[in-house]
Design a protein around this ligand. Structure first.
Ligand SMILES: C[S@@+](CC[C@H](N)C(=O)[O-])C[C@H]1O[C@@H](n2cnc3c(N)ncnc32)[C@H](O)[C@@H]1O
Length: 372
């Protein structure tokens, strides 16, 4: 066996305090069981080397391959990876996905923002649970956040090369996201087009839609190798008239905590997100492609894990359990203990047809058609 030691990003301790090692272990366990790695990491543990805590694991000879390292570089807490040779550490080059400068994700700061490292963890484990796991590094998937706030998930999707599709009921959040992204794109001198337009059905205003099309280079933009981010300013329980079924590869969302940010439903502001989830999850499920996955976090002080899992199962999703998925609960602050559930939609019918060519899939993926 070849042994490895992963140094965790210093920010990890600030985000999760004493849970950082446990969460990193759980995330690595999900990578290990996802089926995308040629060599499955085993003996996952934690160890201090030279007084510094590391996540340690082993892989059978000849060790991790290039594709394995390309995946593991995106572990949300990864800072540096070493191969252990006796007492010595040999650095392993990591190249995490990063289409744009990282300040796309770090600049926005506001009350109610979901921590960016946690958002990446949630996106990773959801992508890895979905039928799209083999395309995680290739880009071109559609990541839907149906409670998107000011867009942390959407920006992380863009960083990975995917399209982002968000839904947010609060006008101020949508305006703030649109303003931030426009300013950021101009400041970075990235070619793009962006618009915020009303969406009407039979002359009735049903939503506002912010849409931006961008690319990391002028060449990519000119050749049409673009990414799209769309935010619908609408109620997430009423998406049937706004989005086509099966328009998303994954759904990644951080539900209202029932503290400062309540869930808004027909009855006004509610403390538990369960009412909102019961009203919204069946509609979200219809937006998932076959084999798509939903990853969700919420505050267990206001809704029990079993009750949240029941809502997902009730909508026809299969809730994942076992190593990794069941070990992600952590304290955020005095009023918030956050837990995570990942669930998958029934897999695509294997059928006799050959798989779609990647470019066809990309076209489909980039056209959620909110203006339907
Ligand atoms: C925990 S916050 C998400 C924060 C987001 N991940 C970010 O980093 O900006 C939950 C969001 O759900 C929104 N929300 C609550 N009820 C909603 C509804 N019925 N439809 C759409 N959005 C809703 C809230 O306005 C809030 O922005």
């Amino acid at each position: 066996m070849i042994e490895y030691a992963l140094l965790l990003a210093p920010s990890s301790n600030r985000v999760y305090a004493d849970a950082s090692g446990r969460l990193a272990r759980a995330e690595l366990a999900v990578f290990a069981r996802s089926g995308v790695l040629g060599t499955e990491p085993a003996d996952i543990g934690e160890r201090r080397i030279g007084g510094v805590p590391y996540l340690t694991f082993a892989a059978p000879e000849p060790g991790l391959g290039g594709q394995d390292i390309a995946y593991l570089a995106n572990l949300s807490a990864a800072y540096a990876l070493f191969e252990r040779r006796g007492e010595l550490l040999r650095p392993v080059e990591l190249a995490p996905l990063g289409r744009y400068d990282s300040d796309l994700i770090t600049i926005p700061k506001y009350a109610g923002k979901t921590n960016e490292q946690f958002t990446r963890l949630l996106l990773n484990i959801t992508l890895l649970a979905s039928a799209s796991a083999p395309a995680m590094l290739a880009g071109g998937l559609v990541v839907l956040d149906p409670l998107c706030g000011r867009g942390t998930t959407l920006n992380q999707a863009l960083m990975y090369g995917h399209d982002g599709l968000g839904v947010e009921i609060d006008n101020k959040d949508v305006d703030a996201y649109a303003a931030f992204l426009r300013t950021w794109l101009k400041r970075k001198r990235l070619k793009h087009r962006a618009e915020l337009v009303p969406v009407r059905r039979e002359r009735r205003l049903v939503a506002r839609r912010f849409e931006a099309v961008l690319a990391p280079s002028p060449e990519a933009y000119r050749s049409g190798a673009t990414q799209k981010v769309t935010v619908l300013n609408a109620d997430t329980t009423r998406l049937a008239e706004l989005l086509r079924p099966a328009c998303a590869d994954v759904i990644v969302t951080d539900a209202p905590y029932g503290v400062a940010h309540g869930s808004r439903g027909a009855q006004g502001l509610s403390r538990s997100p369960l009412e909102l989830l019961r009203a919204a999850v069946p509609g979200w499920t219809r937006l998932l492609r076959p084999g798509g996955a939903l990853g969700m976090s919420w505050n267990t002080h206001v809704a029990q894990r079993s009750a949240a899992a029941e809502v997902l199962a009730g909508a026809g999703l299969r809730v994942l359990d076992g190593p990794g998925y069941a070990e992600l609960s952590h304290r955020v602050d005095q009023g918030i203990e956050r837990d995570v559930l990942v669930a998958v939609a029934p897999a695509p019918d294997p059928g006799p047809q050959p798989a779609s060519p990647p470019n066809l899939r990309r076209e489909q993926a980039s056209s959620p058609d909110p203006g339907r």
